[in-house]
Each structure stands twice: as structure tokens, then as C-alpha cells.
Design a protein around this ligand. Structure first.
Ligand SMILES: [Mg+2]
Length: 310
């Protein structure tokens, strides 16, 4: 039996949210770059720049949309609103559209199409792209607040994780990727070890493509190189995050630096892996010099405290 103190759980809950932000802001510099084979010249600090000329510590779409889900739950807590699934979805939709209307300079294709539809219909249950081959990573990168807030309520965690993904990314592969990820994050925050957390989540999704990705990763050597199949694909991003989390002898910093210097969808791969690693090692596992740059650090810390308190 695992024992854990509430201080540890708060550290890991905070780490989950700030891990997304750190991986995103670190990877913003190398988004769309080619893999860098020379570790001596790797990006190791949050310095901004990149394809969209970010300031150091800026949130990109990954963090902004994570913040949108954070704010949805924060609103519901503040209002004391009856937290039905409809209320959760409406709050998420409101914050997604607020971001969309702000004219973000980096927005994924599936997210853009679905939020355009949401703006027209105002129906978060019908806005998402449900095509089976719509398997982009844009909902996985922002699903983690549900794992933090619903870590002790497995049914609500599943229901809300699937439905919030489907506001933009409604394919089975996309929604189930979010579910597997959030199951692992919740278990890690609650003190379960990584291998057990992934094994349990994979068992729930046994027989699915997402379950097979997790099972294959559990069966692979932890010394395998970073998996890289298709940039922007949700199963690649999920596999990279699982690959990183299972390397328990490597630090969060070392793993995120490795991931983002492979370029490609670096910010999103960093965000998704960063969330798992933050849940594994806590915010205390993130370098102070990184956290000091993160624009939404205070908001995410306060949200984690409120979410863990319930
Ligand atoms: Mg991004």
C-alpha cells in the first residue's frame, strides 16, 4: 500500500499543471525545428523565440487551452454551481471561445475548425471533429486539469475527460488518449508508482488502439530512443509522454530537454510529457529557473491548491 501526504499530493498536482506550461514554453523555441543531434548546443532554458517569436515564459496554445479548462473549473468552484457535465462543458466552451476570439497566433487545424463550429452553434456536444482519422494531439495537450480536479472521482474524471476532448477532438483515438493520460496523472498525484499507473490505465482500455500503445510501451525497454512516428499525432505524443514517465532514473529536466530538442511539434510534445512528469516528480522536480519565467505560474499554483482542496 502506498502512503502519501497531502503535501506530496499538492506538489504533484501543482507539478502536473506547471509541467504542461514548462514543457510548452521550453519547446516553443524549437517548434518546427529539425532534430538537433548535438547535445552541446541544445536549448536548456526557457528563452522564447521560435517560429512565432515568443517572449520567454509565454504560454502557447497548449498552456492557453489548459488555462481555459482550469478557469472553467475555477468558475464552477467560485460560483458554487451545480457541477453537472453540461455546466462543465459550457464553462469550457466559454473559455475556449474567449481564447479563440483573442486571435491566437498558433492554433491547430482541428481546434480551429471545431471552435469555428462551436462559435456558430454554441453546442459543445456537437462541435468536435469526430472523423475516425482526426487524430491530432490538440485535446491531449489540454486535458490535465480534469485529472487534477477529479483525481478522487474516477467516474467524473472519465465522463468529463472524454466530453471535454470531444468539444474539439471527438474521435475515439483522441478522446481515449485523454482518458488514459488523465487516469495515469490522477494515479500519480495519488501516490501510485508510474508502472502500476500505466498498467492499470492500459487494462481499462484493453483492446483499443490507445491501450495497445500503452501496453507496447510498458513491454519495451526503457532504454529505447524517443518514439517518433508522426508529428502532431496524438498517439505519438502520448507514447513520448509514457516513454519519458517510465524512465524513473532520469529527471524531469533531462527528459524535457531531450524531447524538445528533437524539434517538430516540440512545444506540444513537451507540454504533454511535462504534465506526466510534473505529476510524477512534483513542481519540486521542475527547475526553479524555468518556473520563474512561466507567465501563468501563480494562477496554476492557486488552481492546483483549490482543486486538491476540492
Ligand atoms: Mg503550442
Amino acid at each position: 500500500m502506498t502512503t502519501t501526504t497531502s503535501t506530496d499530493a499538492l506538489d504533484r498536482a501543482t507539478g502536473a499543471l506547471l509541467g504542461v506550461h514548462a514543457g510548452d514554453s521550453l519547446g516553443a523555441t524549437t517548434e518546427f525545428a529539425s532534430p538537433n543531434p548535438d547535445p552541446d548546443t541544445w536549448v536548456r532554458d526557457i528563452v522564447g523565440g521560435g517560429a512565432f517569436n515568443w517572449a520567454p515564459g509565454d504560454p502557447t496554445d497548449d498552456t492557453d487551452l489548459t488555462a481555459a479548462v482550469v478557469r472553467a473549473y475555477t468558475d464552477l468552484i467560485a460560483d458554487g454551481t451545480d457541477q453537472t457535465l453540461d455546466a462543465v462543458l459550457d464553462a469550457c466552451a466559454r473559455h475556449f471561445l474567449s481564447w479563440y476570439r483573442s486571435g491566437p497566433k498558433d492554433i491547430g487545424g482541428t481546434t480551429s475548425g471545431s471552435l469555428a463550429r462551436l462559435r456558430r452553434t454554441n453546442d459543445p456536444r456537437g462541435s468536435g471533429n469526430a472523423a475516425p482519422d482526426a487524430q491530432a494531439n490538440g485535446s491531449l495537450m489540454r486535458c490535465i486539469p480534469t485529472a487534477v480536479y477529479r483525481k478522487d472521482d474516477p467516474d467524473r474524471l472519465a465522463e468529463e475527460t472524454l466530453a471535454i476532448s470531444a468539444i474539439t477532438h471527438a474521435s475515439t483515438v483522441a478522446t481515449q488518449s485523454c482518458l488514459l493520460y488523465n487516469r495515469v496523472v490522477a494515479a500519480l498525484i495519488n501516490g501510485t508508482d508510474v508502472r502500476t499507473a500505466i498498467t492499470d490505465a492500459a487494462a481499462e482500455l484493453d483492446g483499443t488502439e490507445v491501450g495497445r500503445v500503452a501496453t507496447s510501451r510498458l513491454d519495451a525497454s526503457v532504454d529505447d530512443p524517443m518514439p517518433w512516428r508522426r508529428g502532431g499525432w496524438v498517439l505519438t505524443a502520448l507514447d513520448i509522454a509514457l516513454w519519458a514517465a517510465l524512465q524513473v532514473d532520469r529527471t524531469t529536466e533531462d527528459l524535457l530537454v531531450d524531447i524538445i530538442n528533437q524539434g517538430g511539434d516540440a512545444d506540444t510534445n513537451g507540454a504533454i510529457a511535462g504534465g506526466l512528469l510534473g505529476a510524477r516528480d512534483g513542481v519540486s522536480g521542475l527547475p526553479d529557473r524555468w518556473v520563474a519565467t512561466l507567465r501563468l505560474a501563480d494562477e496554476f499554483r492557486q488552481a492546483a491548491t483549490a482543486f486538491v482542496a476540492g
